[in-house]
Design a protein around this ligand. Structure first.
Ligand SMILES: N[C@@H](CCC(=O)N[C@@H](CS)C(=O)NCC(=O)O)C(=O)O
Length: 266
């Protein structure tokens, strides 16, 4: 039995869950509450020194980094293979993971912070505590972007840049669906590439930003419907995610919808 240290809607935890659901791997969820800082608990940091989720424990071994965990699970367990046999397609699959790790993950964090995180942080901390948090961040360029997003939310320039960055991911998906002929990103077989990008598109969907593909990126729109119809989609976010966490994203996200429409009309 795999132990998965996770957070309900965390994109990276979702990637791992999608693979486990697809391959029928039994797992137990261990919740790490990122809002209250449980990721910094010294006991948890013994498992994951970067203080992030997910972490899995399998056969007494501790594994980190969602992209690498997906490949580990695919190679270790029976069930449908999620890695294409063709080396070129394997390269494309890993390029999707690289794009997520190096760019998209930072963009989605900014999007989520602009839509909902800034509201919850303001409810739980004083303005002085929030400023102290920004001052302590080791990467001050990142802190400045977050500060702007904190102040102006979905009206800030970093939010708009992050939405454009997310559109780059959608363009990559559209391009691969066209190149390989679908129905999945790398062609006939559902793969780690599909599982990896699902949670990022889901975050946009949960925020009510489906205009980013509907009517704009027809192959993504059809693929997204197929993804949501798959049995493993249950793993995209923890099935125990509180309903109000999901609803609040759509409620707060409504403010951004006209901004996004304007961005893509320009
Ligand atoms: N590269 C890591 C990134 C993990 C990551 O950033 N996880 C987020 C949740 S999706 C997290 O734990 N954030 C902790 C925090 O916000 O303090 C992976 O792919 O596993």
């Amino acid at each position: 039995m795999i132990e998965l240290y996770q957070s309900f809607q965390s994109t990276c935890s979702g990637k791992v869950r999608l693979v486990m659901e697809e391959k029928g791997i039994p797992y137990t969820e261990r919740d790490v509450n990122l809002a209250t800082g449980e990721q910094f608990d010294p006991e948890y940091m013994k498992l994951n020194s970067k203080a992030v989720v997910p972490t899995i424990i399998h056969d007494g071994r501790v594994l980190r980094e969602s992209s690498l965990i997906m490949e580990y699970l695919d190679e270790t367990f029976d069930g449908p293979s999620l890695t294409p046999g063709d080396p070129y397609k394997q390269w494309r699959m890993r390029m999707f993971n690289k794009l997520l790790d190096e760019e998209v993950h930072a963009y989605i964090n900014l999007v989520t912070y602009a839509v909902v995180g800034r509201h919850t942080r303001s409810e739980n901390r004083t303005p002085e505590e929030i400023e102290e948090h920004f001052r302590k961040m080791p990467d001050q360029a990142k802190a400045e972007r977050q500060r702007q997003v904190h102040e102006k939310g979905v009206h800030s320039e970093p939010f708009k840049a992050a939405i454009k960055g997310m559109d780059k991911l959608l363009a990559e998906i559209e391009g691969a669906l066209e190149e390989f002929g679908g129905p999945w990103i790398l062609g006939e077989a559902y793969s780690i590439a599909d599982a990896a990008v699902t949670t990022y598109v889901l975050r946009l969907d949960v925020c009510g930003f489906e205009d980013m593909w509907e009517g704009r990126r027809p192959l993504v729109a059809e693929w997204w419907q197929r993804i949501k119809d798959r049995p493993n989609f249950v793993g995209a976010m923890s099935p125990r995610t509180p309903r109000q966490d999901i609803d609040s994203r759509k409620e707060y996200g409504a403010e951004a919808v006209p901004i996004i429409r304007e961005l893509f009309a320009a």
